[in-house]
Design a protein around this ligand. Structure first.
Ligand code: ADP
Length: 871
């Protein structure tokens, strides 16, 4: 632009004539015309040009028009060259030439040197202008179309627009016809508005529902412009539509809005307090949980007001900690007591982090406050509990350890346990696997896992455990427990292991077992019958003796039971007594008969004694049954003997008494009766006989008692056995005249012995021979040599004889053969016993040979006297 001073200078140079010319030209030419001076400075313009350039007056035009710009400078150059220019297109930005073409003709007036520029506006023909529509707009990212006429007939549309409407055949159709689905969406009304008003319409984020083909409706959002198209007269004859699909942007925005809403909602609904502070540390935001929790309001909580709700004891610490974090842009983490609206202080956990904006500038802190009161109390409880457990474990005498977690971490183990393991304190804190690798392959890891999952306590009883102690794998035996430990929620968190070393006990038990086996072996070898019965009365052991006796096998014996083997007469009492002992634990003793394998009952002495444990409870009964059949028989014989003795004693005494009374009564009646008529002799003889019998009886009894007391004293002398035998037979012959006793004296000798006793033996043998030979009355007595230095004296009868069974028994005390349905022979059953005892004491012996019904031969053999040895 030429400044005013310059212009005035130029004007001074111009002649008035020239100026007038310029004015004339401007006034006379209708078409827009611009008059420039020689130096291309503005001189004048006519109203047509003012119109064209849409300015009110010339001075405005002068301002607008820069004649030094490229267009005018080029024009100037060309003019100077050619003097004149025609139909040069005006291409300066100062004039809106969007829908028109401005052509200029220019020439320099020869005389004046004035430059005359005329402007001609050429309306751009529609066909010409829109010819390359598709070319121009097809690449455009926008959807573009041109509607013509008040009906909005599609004139043109670019590819994007066709895409938008699903490539429908729209050209030549009204919008109504082409896109009927737009009905009711407001677009028709908008188009009408633009068409009628001639004013453009801009739509932002307008939702549109279009048929995308195949009957599918598509929802989109568009930004669009309806720009009216004016014809040459400035009248609207169409609408230029320019639209951009911003669906994605809108949905993204909507989503963002939604998530923002959600976030806001979340912030208000999370069960946590959320806070935001500014760079200066002042409270900027607290979600509603804060206000609900503390009962504070916005006013009281703002800035640092929130600290008023912190427990006075914690306040300083919290404030300091928060400010430090804020100043150092560091994490904030504090646990403190916060007063709730009920006035109760609850433990909370407050944590925050520094917050930066997109430029990386510190904006303050953001954080949360969580109520951890219950957890804190629980934690305290657990800590207390743990403390308790720890002190229990440490103080326990029993080996105790605590493992935690599935991996069985050794949390604690007292000295006793560490010693038991043969390890040191370094195992604490390691896992059981690490601490005791030797347990691998032993059942304990599995057991622990089972307890950990099921919670069921495991009781180990005398379980063998192999442990490496002093670098040696050693087997120990332990009673132990694995007990699950639970937290407040009942969840298992660990296992308490307590163990007692019972190795010694197990080993001694094994020894006991060994000796028990030996004892059983021994018991089985005993002829005695042995039983073990438990505290409930159940037979738990019986020895071989029972099987041998009853002929039953183990199973049969068990099934039958002892009771059924007892003689029915004793069974009831036996059961009663046994019951009593079982109840009281008192010793049991009773004689009963048991059935043997031959079907016979034999007397047994039963004894049972209870063995008690240290608490006085019955552990076991040891029972024995000893066969006492023989003792019983002897007892019976003794009983029989006593009966017999009293009878035998009574008989002579009664007889003597009878004779004495007879004689006395006869003597009292002596008047009239001669003394000779009284049968003194026969009576006294009888009395004497009875006295002899009595004496014998008494002396036998005396002998018996002497022998029993081992007080039988022998008064030995040397005498002729032949004489003794001879004298004795004579004596017997004297009283037993019916018998024919023959003596065979083959051998003469002396013996050194108790003469009376030997005589007694012989008398016994001979009187027996007489007694037991009721029919054949021949008795042979012989004295014979019996080997070296021995003499045998035999007494042989042909009497009733003795059966084999009784042969050995007759020498027993009180043994008398039981003659059933036969004659009974008086006697006490001690004669042969005494004879045998006497012979034994003389180092001799007595033997018998006999056959039932054929008589007997009794022989006693004694040493001959030394004197005899020489003969
Ligand atoms: P007793 O006083 O009964 O005769 P002993 O001891 O002398 O007692 O004899 C025992 C038993 O031996 C007798 O009861 C009898 O049965 C039997 N006995 C003894 N001697 C004879 C004999 N010579 N012949 C048959 N039996 C005899």
């Amino acid at each position: 632009m030429i400044d005013n001073s310059e212009r005035s200078e130029n004007r001074n140079e111009l002649s008035q004539e020239t100026e007038n010319l310029a004015q004339t030209l401007a006034d006379t030419i209708q078409e827009p015309i611009l008059v420039l001076g020689k130096k291309f400075e503005f001189l004048n313009a006519n109203p047509g040009l003012l119109n064209l350039f849409e300015v009110a007056d010339k001075s405005k035009l002068r301002e607008k028009l820069d004649t030094e710009n490229t267009f005018f400078q080029t024009l100037k150059r060309d003019l100077e060259k050619h003097g004149r220019l025609t139909a040069q297109e005006f291409n300066s930005k100062i004039l809106n030439t969007d829908n028109r073409k401005v052509l200029v003709n220019a020439s320099i007036l020869e005389n004046s040197g004035l430059v005359l520029i005329s402007f001609k506006v050429e309306k751009v023909g529609k066909d010409d202008k829109l010819e390359n529509f598709n070319e121009i707009f097809s690449q455009a990212p926008a959807m573009i179309c041109i509607l013509r006429g008040p009906e909005h007939i599609f004139d043109r549309a670019n590819e994007n627009y066709f895409q938008l409407v699903g490539h429908r055949d729209i050209i030549g159709k009204t919008v109504n016809e082409a896109l009927p689905e737009l009905e009711g969406q407001g677009f028709f009304e908008m188009l009408d508005g633009v068409y009628n008003s001639g004013e453009a319409f801009i739509g932002n984020e307008v939702p549109v529902k279009l048929d995308a083909g195949e009957g599918k409706m598509k929802n989109s959002f568009i930004d669009f412009v309806y720009q009216p198209i004016l014809d040459s007269t400035g009248k609207v004859n169409g609408i230029f539509v320019h639209a951009v699909d911003i669906t994605e942007k809108v949905t993204a925005k909507l989503k963002l809005e939604q998530s923002e809403n959600e976030l806001r909602y979340l912030i208000d609904t999370v069960p946590a307090i959320i806070w935001i502070t500014g760079a200066d540390g002042q409270n900027q935001y607290l979600n509603k949980n804060w206000y609900e929790f503390t009962g504070q309001n916005y006013e009281s909580a703002k800035n640092f007001g929130w600290l008023d709700a912190v427990h006075p004891e914690d306040r300083k610490r919290v404030e300091k900690s928060f400010l430090r974090a804020n100043n150092e842009r560091d994490e904030f983490y504090e646990s403190f007591r916060l007063r709730n609206k009920e006035g109760e202080y609850r433990w909370v956990l407050d944590s925050g982090s520094p917050k930066y904006n997109s430029e990386g500038e510190f904006e303050g802190m953001i954080g949360t406050v969580i109520d951890v009161h219950d957890e804190k109390l629980k934690e305290q409880l657990i800590r207390e509990k743990e403390h308790r457990i720890r002190s229990i474990i440490e103080e326990a005498n029993v080996a105790t350890a605590l493992y935690t977690g599935k991996e069985m971490k050794i949390e604690m183990a007292n000295d006793a346990m560490i010693n038991l393991w043969g390890k040191d304190e370094s195992v604490i804190g390691t896992t059981l696997h690490q601490a005791l690798p030797e347990l691998e392959g032993q059942p304990f890891h599995d057991l622990l896992q089972e307890v950990f999952t099921t919670g069921k306590t495991y009781w180990g009883k005398e379980d063998p455990v192999d442990l490496v102690i002093d670098n040696k794998l050693q087997t120990g035996y332990f009673n132990f427990t694995y007990k699950a430990l639970r937290d407040e929620n009942g969840e298992i968190y660990g296992i308490l292991n307590m163990a007692i070393d019972v190795s010694e006990m197990v080993r001694s038990k094994e020894l006991i077992k060994d000796s028990e086996a030996k004892y059983r072996q021994m018991a089985d070898l005993m002829p005695e019958k042995v039983l073990n019965i438990n505290a409930n009365g159940k037979v738990i052991y019986f020895n071989q003796g029972w099987m041998d006796y009853t002929g039953l096998n183990k199973e049969e014996f068990e099934n039958k039971g002892l009771d059924s083997l007892i003689h029915p007469s004793e069974r009831e009492e036996f059961e009663k007594n046994w019951r009593h002992s079982l109840q009281t634990g008192s010793d049991f003793e009773m004689e009963v008969r048991y059935l043997n394998k031959k079907g016979k009952y034999k007397w047994h002495l039963n004894r049972a004694e209870a063995i008690f444990d240290e608490h006085g409870n019955i552990q076991i009964w040891i029972c024995t049954a000893t066969e006492i059949q023989k003792i019983k028989a002897e007892e019976k014989r003794k009983e029989d003997f006593l009966k017999l003795v009293s009878h035998e004693l009574k008989t002579p005494v009664t007889s003597i008494k009878g004779y004495v009374q007879l004689l006395l009564s006869l003597l009292k009646k002596k008047e009239g009766m001669p003394l000779s008529a009284i049968p003194f002799e026969t009576s006294l003889e009888r009395i004497d006989q009875q006295i002899v019998r009595l004496t014998r009886l008494i002396s036998e009894m005396l002998d018996l008692s002497r022998i029993e007391k081992n007080k039988l004293v022998l008064q030995k002398e040397t005498f002729s056995i032949n004489e003794l035998v001879n004298d004795t037979i004579q004596d017997i012959n004297y009283t037993n005249t019916n018998y024919n006793i023959i003596l065979e004296d083959d051998y003469q000798c002396d013996i050194h012995a108790d003469k009376d006793r030997i005589g007694q033996v012989l008398i016994n043998l001979v009187t027996n021979a007489i007694k037991y030979s009721p029919i054949n009355q021949d008795i042979l007595v012989s004295v014979k040599k019996a080997g070296k230095n021995k003499v045998a004296v035999s007494v042989q009868d042909s009497g009733i004889g003795i059966d084999k069974e009784n042969l050995k028994k007759i020498f027993k005390r009180f043994y008398r053969i039981d003659f059933k349905n036969e004659d009974t022979y008086s006697g006490f059953g001690i004669g042969l016993y005494l004879a045998n005892e006497i012979m034994k004491r003389h180092n001799g012996k007595i033997i018998v040979e006999s056959e039932k019904g054929k008589g007997s031969l009794f022989t006693f053999i004694v040493d001959t006297a030394v004197k005899d040895q020489n003969t």
